[in-house]
Ligand binder design. Structure first.
Ligand code: HAM
Length: 420
């Protein structure tokens, strides 16, 4: 048997209804904040991610699906979308548009990670990026948008974790202090951490190895090393979040797994998720556009919500909430009944009702199926109804049934009678 590749999944009904609900709601909320949709290719030149996400990151060193195209070009399935959005921003000179550029996207990303609950090799993100301003006001609005999307689809009890990782001015001082300290404690840490002392000490803070955690907790804190500008920026972000009543926990060791971050970084976690508890990650990336070749300084901030994890949270906390409705299950008990109902079915569908019309069927079997499929009504037409030009409408929840004329039927279903 051929199965879906390891780390990928089929999204089947009824779960797929939750997926489309989330996408619809998220688009509406992004539009309310004046974000516009962008769609970028699912593969890009490998160089984009090496430069954008960072040569030393786990994503670039271990997790990318990279392949050589027939013409020798090195291509990579996108492991994330921020680098692609900035590539498109530069390529299409979007910096020339008036005001802040606010873009949102949704779609599949690819990382060759070890699959487990909440972690896949093809996973989906809903993300937003605001490009063109360093203002902490934008940070607050972007974070609010992420929280509003989660709340707007029905996630309750998510926690916002907040940090600032400083800028090119103050971070080197912090990294130096961190490296000094690590030289003393790293011999007691895992092999990855020992290697990172030289290559990328910040990554040590992100280590998930249990036995390293007590050491990591005592390492120097980035918040204590912020320069005056970064401190002021971070204080303003916190004040603006306060104005909006958005609560958060400060996490000085939150460095995130991508190298482009500067200043504000954040994650949103949820208890229903288990070990992979981050449902959203984001932050500011003020140097990314320049690193990708932009001549114009284009500071930005954004986030990506993990849609797989978002849907998982919803399914665990509100099971069945978005079960797709079947309004009417039709039971044509003869060929003439089927032919009459086919015309009514099309009209009800035109008016937005979900209708199932099976071929000629027996009453008992039709009602059983209507019940199993969770139909709200069964609409039965047999010889009597054909003779009297009526319909038998059965409310599946109460069991009540009544014989109605066509206009009576439309009245019951709150529809306009457009067909006679
Ligand atoms: P990230 O933290 O790598 O950030 O990913 C964001 C979210 O995507 C995670 O919090 C998680 O919910 C989900 N995610 C990541 N990897 C997987 C996986 N293997 N399986 C399932 N879900 C996963 C970014 O990707 C940045 N582009 C976020 C950003 C946007 N920063 C600024 N703008």
């Amino acid at each position: 048997m051929i199965r879906a590749p390891k780390g990928t999944r089929d999204i089947l009904p009824p779960s797929s209804a939750v997926w489309s609900f989330v996408e619809r709601r998220a688009s509406e909320i992004c539009r309310a904040y004046n974000y516009h949709e962008i769609r970028t290719p699912v593969f890009e030149e490998t160089l984009l991610f090496a430069r954008g996400v960072g040569e030393e990151t786990d994503i670039v060193t271990k997790e990318m699906y990279t392949f050589e195209d027939r013409d020798g070009a090195s291509l990579t399935l996108r492991p994330e979308c921020t680098a692609s959005v900035i590539r498109a921003y530069i390529e299409h000179r979007l910096d020339q548009q008036p005001g802040l550029l606010k873009l949102y996207y949704m779609g599949p990303m690819f990382r060759r990670e070890r699959p487990q609950k909440g972690r896949y090799r093809q996973f989906f993100q809903i993300g937003a990026e605001a490009i063109g301003s360093e203002s902490p006001a934008v940070d607050a609005e972007v974070i609010e948008l992420a929280m509003e999307i989660l709340g707007g689809v029905g996630v309750e009890g998510a926690t916002l974790l907040l940090n600032s990782v400083g800028c090119l001015n103050c971070r080197p001082r912090f990294v130096a202090a961190l490296r000094e300290r690590l030289k003393v404690v790293a011999p007691k840490m895992c092999a990855d951490c020992r290697r990172r002392v030289d290559s990328n000490p910040l990554r040590v803070l992100d280590c998930k190895v249990e036995s390293d955690q007590t050491i990591i907790e005592k390492l120097p804190s980035v918040l204590e090393h912020l320069c005056a500008d970064c401190r002021e920026h971070f204080d303003a972000v916190r004040a603006y979040l306060g104005d909006r009543g958005i609560s958060y926990e400060l996490r000085p060791r939150l460095v995130r797994g991508l190298d482009y971050y500067m200043r504000t970084t954040f994650e949103i976690v949820h208890g229903a998720l288990g070990a992979q508890n981050a449902v959203c990650g984001g932050g500011r990336y003020d140097g990314l556009a320049e690193a990708l070749g932009s001549k114009v300084h284009s500071p930005g901030i954004g986030f990506s919500i993990g849609q797989d994890r978002l849907v998982m949270t919803l399914e665990e906390t509100r099971p069945g909430a978005h079960a797709p409705a079947l309004d009417v299950f039709m039971v044509p008990m003869s060929e003439p009944a089927f032919r009459r109902l086919s015309v009514v079915a099309r009209d009800l569908r035109k008016q937005g009702r979900t209708v199932e019309l099976p071929p000629e069927t027996r009453l008992k079997r039709g009602l059983e199926l209507a019940n199993k499929l969770g139909a709200r009504y069964a609409l039965i037409v047999g010889d009597d109804e054909i003779a009297s030009e009526t319909y038998l409408l059965k409310d599946m929840a109460t069991g009540e049934q009544e014989t109605v004329s066509l206009s009576g039927l439309y009245e019951r279903l709150n529809l306009k009678l457009s067909y006679a």
